[in-house]
Design a binder for this molecule. Structure first.
Ligand code: ZN
Length: 291
């Protein structure tokens, strides 16, 4: 069965055709502008392929509550042109297929637990550290929603005593995202973070902040494994720093076999950037099965 997957990002939309085994047959990137320009291009892509269902994983915040009148909307986003936009309603009316919907990071964790390095786990966490920071949570065998959905990028962290950067979150200033996102790093460095040597002390702060957030998630959500993705995490040197800081901050309080094997517990994605779009295939498959 041919399934459609749509990963909605702030700068690009990834449209893919695949199947329930996570195989991607065709993939196309569309620049993300405003809905009036971008959504018709998305619809054209999926119309030319005979999909039987579509899975959508979007930047947020979104309304993932199927019982809500605004289900499928992108809601209070900082991307003003997409604010309160009925994404799923418009796609469903145009394509006339069942649609599954969730956040981009829930899509990524779903991709990993269905097809990737967290396959088979019932409790897993995915954190993206890109322009923004977000977490996707898989708990007791399903994606965690609740009142809204996890917004773990905006948790508060203890400041590093040597760090004088004020933070750049427009809502909270020095929350995790305000201190450690790609956009915060850009502001700190005044250039692309990828060009900055790992000897710069900012990387030490970066690891410290991300590790604090991971410790909070470990203590509250008890994931069996954590995958870190996003542009900032393409600096592979950050992984050993973060693992070391997590172990240090836990301070033997959580003394499990998984924490003892921290290199296997906190890892990069195994799906080479396709984790969210593969999660969309699973969302689409589930939508097809329940229609
Ligand atoms: Zn914030």
């Amino acid at each position: 069965m041919l399934l459609g997957g749509l990963e909605c990002g702030g700068t690009k939309m990834v449209c893919a055709i695949g199947d329930e085994n996570g195989r991607i047959i065709k993939k196309e990137r569309i620049i993300s502008l405003d809905p009036e320009t971008t959504v018709p291009q998305i619809i054209d892509f999926f119309r030319t392929n005979s999909i039987i269902a579509l899975g959508v994983a979007s930047f947020g915040p979104v309304d993932p509550d199927v019982k809500s009148p605004t289900y499928g909307y992108i809601t209070s986003t900082t991307k003003v042109q997409w604010r309160n936009y009925d994404l799923i309603g418009n796609l469903r009316r145009a394509l006339n297929v069942p649609c599954g919907f969730d956040t981009d990071v829930n899509g990524a964790v779903l991709g990993e637990v269905t097809y990737g390095c967290m396959k088979g786990l019932s409790n897993a966490l995915y954190m993206t550290v890109g322009t923004g920071i977000g977490i996707g949570v898989y708990a007791n065998g399903s994606l965690l929603h609740g009142m809204l959905h996890p917004e773990g990028g905006h948790v508060m962290v203890r400041r590093h005593p040597e760090d004088t950067f004020p933070g750049n979150c427009i809502y909270h200033k020095d929350c995790l995202e305000g201190l450690a996102s790609g956009s915060a790093l850009m502001e700190r460095f005044g250039c692309n973070p990828a060009e900055v040597s790992m000897s710069d002390p900012v990387w030490k702060y970066e690891s410290y902040y991300l590790a604090q957030a991971l410790v909070d998630y470990i203590l509250t959500l008890s994931p069996e494994k954590i995958v870190l993705g996003g542009g900032v995490m393409s600096r592979a040197e950050l992984f050993p720093m973060i693992r070391r800081d997590v172990v240090h901050l836990l301070n033997d309080y959580i003394d499990t076999e998984k924490i003892k094997k921290i290199d296997e517990y906190i890892t990069p994605s195994s799906l080479e950037g396709d984790q969210a779009v593969m999660g969309c295939m699973k969302l689409a498959y589930d939508a097809a099965c329940s229609s």
